[in-house]
Design a protein around this ligand. Structure first.
Ligand SMILES: *[C@@H]1O[C@H](CO)[C@@H](O)[C@H](O)[C@H]1NC(C)=O
Ligand SMILES: *[C@@H]1O[C@H](CO)[C@@H](O)[C@H](O)[C@H]1NC(C)=O
Ligand SMILES: *[C@@H]1O[C@H](CO)[C@@H](O)[C@H](O)[C@H]1NC(C)=O
Ligand SMILES: *[C@@H]1O[C@H](CO)[C@@H](O)[C@H](O)[C@H]1NC(C)=O
Length: 627
């Protein structure tokens, strides 16, 4: 009796929905098509894909509240950070989730012995042919070609059965694209890379090409920023005393490497610019390469390290160097080093997106990726970013949760907010459907600064002719400080009051056509610090550089000094910063930046001056966290 009925229903469904999978729903869809790539051909059906299914973690919806309870200064459990084991256990996927996904795979024809659950339970791994994967996910894989000769595989969307959707965060390799086309980024190709997204497109720094001859002094900090200018500007007058208990990590990626000779150039100019020592923690990278020397290769690392090492001296700095020369690395790769749940051998990394090690390419890092090898430093500053439009919500959320977990562990994660104002890399904005186009007029926010669990750091400047005692403006020299509103992340509770008040009392002259003005999405940056006219030693001479790239390691240094003072009196590190930054108690410790703007999409006369006017967008002044 039942059988004919089932057949009848199926045939009706089949007629109504031409899809091969009536009970499937689209799980991820690429937000924007990658610029500069051509869809060349279907991927051969016999090729093997290392399919990784990221399982739904338990309790993630509580992460925000849990962070508040350890990071809001008025919380009775402020500073009571979790252990790594507690975090891993609390968020591990449930047995029901694992079972549901396994059954889906076996029902689709994968023999149980082909299906492996990772040690952390975060991932299910199966090697599948392209034909099997296309059938499983109701999709088609294509090979995309870049003019540089590099090819990537990708599908533009994929589906999973409805009853499985709630148990899966994301599946790789699927819709993501990485930037690893091209070799040495010239200024032009760097921009192009940025549009494809991914962390190797750094947030600057930019040089204005001026070679500085005379070691500068405090009198002209509006033209030349030095560590002494920053000390005067922000009342940094503290020498670390608890260095053995403290830690500060600087993340560097891909082909950006520091030159040890550059670090001493600054010191030689002034004995007060004495750098601290560096513990080079290289993972997914064979050596700190020194064969290729230029601003593009060394500028970012030299800047970050020169200022951080000088400001926190004698605190040792941990260089988190991810990615070798041939292959590069993603943000997931640095997370791997501190958080096993992402690692390659756990099935977490995606060859189309992340660096996969060992790397068989000539000159590649031939060792397994470093995974869970260090306790996350108390502060990590990363001066790299990518356009949010290049990632899917699922990918962004998964990575963002990892930053939240680091906050629970007591780590402050800082990212620079981008150098193109409200526009994306290269000043590119979006069309109405969210694709990056040259004549776009919709704002193009950055990732991962839109993640509410990182602290987004923007850039300020000392206005021309002003001194370290005058109020700063948003940086408008060479770069525009990145800022705006996320299209993925909802507004976190710590930010609600200031953003609501900002939208009401300083409503920007733009509409929902340009940005999500609902007051319901995450706004950034959280903090800003000087990012203009930094004197750096590079390749034997001094140059001036600009960017939020400079600001983030400086704020990270200040937080490191605060942590030192806390550790010296037996307290723990401050950890996740944002609930404290916006709290009534600490807001007074910062200056509101009320002049200057985040211009972007300017080719079409959108000049935005909104975000830095918010009370949220404050300048770190005196280290008040020790009280
Ligand atoms: C997938 O294939 C790789 C390479 O042959 C192998 O190392 C890995 O163990 C396989 N994984 C599974 C789940 O079979
Ligand atoms: C680094 O320099 C070598 C030698 O000049 C060159 O062959 C190589 O292509 C350079 N690497 C990159 C990524 O540009
Ligand atoms: C942008 O350029 C495209 C292609 O030239 C055109 O179709 C579109 O109307 C332009 N959009 C705007 C907002 O000018
Ligand atoms: C703005 O964000 C809210 C909250 O995420 C969302 O409901 C709304 O659809 C978004 N508006 C636009 C125009 O995207």
């Amino acid at each position: 009796m039942l059988l004919p009925l089932v057949v009848l229903i199926l045939s009706v469904v089949a007629l109504a929905v031409p899809s091969r999978r009536a009970n499937h729903a689209v799980h991820e869809k690429r937000a924007a098509e990658p610029v500069g790539w051509e869809k060349a051909r279907r991927l051969e059906s016999h090729k093997i894909l290392p399919v990784r299914i990221g399982l739904k973690q338990r309790n993630l919806h509580l992460l925000s509240d849990l962070l508040d309870s350890v990071a809001h200064p008025e919380s009775p459990s402020y500073g009571q950070h979790w252990s790594a084991a507690e975090v891993a256990d609390y968020f591990a996927p449930s047995d029901a989730t694992i079972q549901t996904v396994k059954e889906w795979l076996t029902d689709t024809g994968f023999a149980p012995e082909r299906v492996r659950v990772s040690h952390s339970k975060g991932w299910i791994e199966v090697n599948a042919t392209v034909a099997e994967t296309e059938n499983l996910l109701n999709t088609e894989y294509h090979v995309y070609a870049h003019p540089s000769g590099v090819e990537q595989i990708s599908c533009s969307s994929y589906s999973v059965p409805n009853h499985v959707r709630d148990h899966v965060e994301l599946i790789k390799p699927t819709v993501h694209f990485n930037h690893r086309a091209g070799s040495l980024p010239s200024k032009f190709s760097k921009r192009k890379e940025g549009r494809l997204g991914l962390p190797t497109s750094d947030n600057g720094p930019k040089t204005n090409g001026v070679t500085v001859k005379v070691p500068p002094t405090l009198e002209n900090c509006d033209q030349f920023i030095t560590p002494d200018c920053l000390r005067a500007l922000y009342n940094i007058n503290y020498k670390p005393v608890a260095t053995s208990k403290n830690s500060y990590g600087i993340g560097e990626f891909h082909i950006k490497f520091y030159m040890s000779s550059s670090l001493t150039t600054l010191h030689q100019s002034n004995s007060r610019h004495k750098p601290s020592s560096l513990e080079i923690l290289i993972y997914s990278s064979r050596v700190v390469q020194t064969t290729n020397q230029s601003f593009d290769f060394n500028g970012e690392s030299d800047l970050d390290l020169e200022y951080a090492m000088t400001l926190v001296n004698p605190q040792k700095i941990t260089l988190l160097q991810a990615g070798d020369l041939p292959e590069g690395a993603s943000f997931d790769n640095w997370l791997d080093a501190v958080d096993k749940s992402f690692c390659t051998f756990e099935g977490g990394d995606d060859p189309t997106q992340d660096g996969i090690y060992p790397d068989p390419l000539p000159g590649g890092f031939d060792q397994p990726e470093s995974c869970g090898i260090i306790k996350a430093p108390n502060v990590v500053s990363v001066s790299y970013g990518q356009d949010e439009s290049t990632v899917t919500a699922a990918y962004a959320n998964r990575q963002c949760s990892e930053y939240g977990k680091l906050g629970l562990l007591g780590t402050s994660v800082l990212y620079s907010s981008g150098d193109f104002g409200v526009a994306g890399f290269g000043g590119v904005c979006l069309d109405a459907s969210g694709n990056p186009v040259d004549n776009g007029t919709k704002f193009n926010p950055d990732f991962p600064v839109g993640c509410p669990f990182v602290t987004a750091v923007g850039a300020t400047q000392i206005n021309p002719g002003s001194t370290v005692r005058d109020p700063e403006s948003a940086c408008e020299q060479v770069i525009f400080s990145g800022g705006g509103f996320s299209n993925i992340f909802p507004i976190p509770s710590y930010q609600k009051d200031v953003v609501t008040s900002f939208l009401k009392t300083h409503p920007p002259p733009y509409t929902a056509e340009q940005f999500n003005n609902s007051g319901k999405v995450r706004a950034f940056p959280d903090l800003s610090a000087n990012g203009a006219n930094y004197v750096i030693g590079i390749d034997g001479e001094f140059e001036l550089v600009f960017g939020t790239s400079a600001s983030s390691p400086v704020v990270g240094s200040m937080i490191t000094l605060i942590n030192d003072a806390r550790l010296a009196i037996g307290k723990g590190p401050v950890g996740f910063l944002n609930p404290a930054i916006y709290s009534d108690i600490f807001r007074l410790g910062f200056h509101d930046i009320t002049t200057g703007g985040n211009q972007g999409c300017s080719k079409h006369t959108i000049s935005s001056t909104f975000i830095v006017h918010s009370n949220a967008l404050v300048l770190l002044d005196t280290p008040g966290f020790t009280s």
